[in-house]
Design a protein around this ligand. Structure first.
Ligand code: SF4
Length: 146
């Protein structure tokens, strides 16, 4: 992940507003904003796969808007219906998200905090305590990458 830069810390990819993405695309044709925004939110594609955007621009956007979640482990249930991710965040916090397929629906369970303040005695997360709230982008990214 990118650390603080002279322009300030990088915005994580899904914390960036459409206006911030548009600012990053100044000097580009206006249709680039829709191309990038649609790839991120409608097609759920990694930036490096948007082949209708020049490669150099893709690389610049990737650096300017880094992903927030680093995949640590992925586990699949024996029947393949459930997948659980352990993600590591830029500050070392670790969170989980779970994707569950049912006959009539699919559900994704996301973390909204790192750690937990409830301190239930049987739970390792609770024993480790509360770390921080997640940003909106950190939560959205769990959904879009599930
Ligand atoms: S301590 Fe663990 S079991 Fe208790 S509420 Fe928090 S996450 Fe859930």
């Amino acid at each position: 992940m990118s650390g603080p830069s002279p322009e300030g810390p990088a915005r994580t990819r899904y914390d960036a507003s459409r206006d911030e993405v548009a600012d990053a695309l100044q000097g580009e044709p206006a249709y680039r904003i829709d191309q990038v925004w649609n790839a991120l939110y409608h097609q759920r594609r990694p930036l490096d796969s948007i082949s209708n955007v020049p490669a150099a621009l893709r690389r610049r956007l990737e650096a300017q808007f880094p992903l927030a979640l680093r995949e640590s482990t992925v586990q699949h249930s024996a029947d393949g219906a459930t997948t659980k991710w352990l993600w590591e965040l830029d500050d070392g916090a670790r969170i989980e998200s779970v994707l569950m397929h049912y006959e009539d629906r699919t559900t994704v369970c996301v973390s909204t905090q790192a750690g937990c303040a409830m301190a239930c005695g049987f739970c390792a997360t609770g024993q480790a305590g509360f770390e921080r709230q997640l940003s909106a982008g950190e939560i959205v990214e769990q959904v879009l990458r599930a």
